[in-house]
Design a binder for this molecule. Structure first.
Ligand code: DLL
Length: 447
């Protein structure tokens, strides 16, 4: 059986094809970061009224940054800042220099709007191309892009990155799963780009139609836009007989391609530190910047962005910084456990959907299709894990699997929860970012 640590179909990129910055020493990289950071702080302070105000209120000036560690003197930027200045208040260039606009879906409140100059788009294309190349995509490959096109940065961001790398791009977008399957069969792509849960949806639909996902032309997948685990990587690699690598990003900082995983090590995404300076802070006490290896909230400062420079953006993503491996000078990010706004606090215990995914996928008979329902029947919060049994797991075996899952969750997370094993195919499927949490204390479930 394949394991997640060994490359299967694709091989490590040839270092002679790397960008020069990927070959820099750490000292050279930090010198570049310092120059770029000093420029960005001055640029943002002079051009974006919100930054002028924030820096003045905090009593700091761009010249106060003498070394990289001085970044901690500067104020944070939050999603709320982008909402307050909706739509274009944080843009640092006049509109005629803005080549593209994207926006977040804005499920709560106003969407956050981001802009790109022509130069920003070129750098974005280069970084997505770098991420894809690191993940084993070759310029000769056909790339099936199933990230959603439109205001979401996934579709167009991945598209231009794959074109920049020199690939043949199939701009399929998300959804229409049957058509996805048909195009994968007819066009025979080498690579698929989508969210991990959507790849699972596609694989599932293939199996239901009597097709073997392992028999497709696909060699690899570059997956992101939502948290996923090593267990899910293994599931997808075995299901499709592919290499699956991670790609990370967020619209406020650029879009996909802020960090990308190398196929030769599959040990977390390398942050492209020539363009972004990462920090980890204590999410509960933002005066504390944590050291490498410590878990906390990821914060980014852009180093080269023109239309929307962003200073110390609080991502709400929880992870840690690790030393570089296959790109020694660029630090890696650990897998994202979750977002602190996706954290379930169940009778005092913190819990993320990714922890359930990790545990559930180790229980034979249970599938990766699950959702978490939170209710409050008796003034006490209760969590129910609704999870599909696998096709080859009998109803009797499912009862034992449920008991195992309940016990493992209690041991590893410390929470007691209800388990409901449901029929294969009965839970909502993803066509992009999957919603895992259904908080029935506040709302009725959707989908
Ligand atoms: O999801 C950009 C993207 C598109 C990344 C395609 C990768 C591939 P947003 O819609 O702004 O942008 O959502 C950003 O998604 O703060 C994380 O919480 C989550 N996220 C993105 N990539 C990963 C990943 C895009 N690889 C938010 N692992 C981020 C875990 C991820 N979470």
């Amino acid at each position: 059986m394949k394991t997640s640590s060994a490359p299967i179909k694709t091989t490590a990129a040839d270092p002679s094809t790397w960008d020069p910055e990927e070959r820099m020493s750490r000292d050279e990289l930090e010198a570049l970061q310092l120059t770029r950071l000093q420029h960005t702080l001055k640029y943002a302070y002079e051009r974006v009224p919100l930054y002028t105000k924030k820096f003045d209120e905090a009593g700091v000036r761009p010249e106060d940054l003498k070394e990289l560690a001085d970044l901690r003197l500067f104020p944070y930027t939050t999603k709320e800042d982008l909402r307050q200045t909706y739509p274009f208040g944080m843009f640092a260039v006049p509109q005629d220099q803005v080549a593209r606009i994207h926006a977040s879906s804005g499920t709560t409140g106003r969407p956050t709007v981001v802009g790109y100059t022509r130069g920003d788009l070129d750098r974005w294309g280069t970084l997505v191309a770098r991420s894809l190349r690191a993940s084993g995509v070759k310029s000769s490959y056909k790339v099936h892009n199933a990230y959603g096109y439109g205001l979401f940065t996934g579709g167009l961001g991945a598209h231009f990155g794959a074109e920049t790398l020199g690939c043949t791009v199939i701009p399929m977008s998300g959804g229409q799963t049957e058509k996805q399957i048909q195009l994968i069969r007819d066009f025979e792509p080498d690579t698929i780009l989508c969210t991990p849960t959507y790849l699972l949806t596609i694989g599932d639909a293939m199996q239901k139609a009597g097709l073997d996902p392992r028999a497709t032309s696909l060699k690899n997948a570059v997956l992101g836009a939502e948290p996923w685990t090593e267990e899910m990587r293994r599931e997808l690699e075995v299901m499709f007989d592919i290499d699956a690598c991670d790609i990370y990003g967020l619209s406020e900082v650029m879009g996909p391609g802020v960090a990308g995983e190398c196929v030769e090590t599959k040990d977390g995404a390398h942050i492209w530190e020539d363009h972004f300076r990462p920090e980890i802070i204590d999410p509960f006490d933002d005066t504390k910047v944590l050291g490498d290896g410590e878990h906390g909230e990821l914060v980014f400062t852009s180093l080269t962005k023109e239309a929307l420079p962003i200073i110390r953006y609080r991502t709400h993503d929880l992870t840690r910084l690790l030393p570089g491996t296959s790109r020694p000078s660029m630090r890696r990010m650990g897998r994202i456990t979750g977002r602190n706004d996706d954290m379930i606090i169940l009778r005092g215990v913190n819990l993320f959907p990714s922890q359930i995914e990790e545990i559930a996928l180790r229980v034979p008979g249970l599938s990766p299709h699950f959702q978490l329902e939170i209710t409050r029947p008796d003034r006490m919060d209760e969590l129910t894990v609704k999870i599909e049994r696998r096709e080859d797991c009998t109803s009797e075996a499912a009862v034992a699997a449920a008991a195992t899952l309940k016990k493992e969750i209690k041991i590893h997370i410390g929470s007691s929860c209800g388990i409901q094993v449901v029929e294969p195919g009965s839970l909502a499927r993803s066509s992009g970012k999957l919603r895992r949490i259904y908080d029935l204390r506040k709302e009725q479930p959707q989908g």
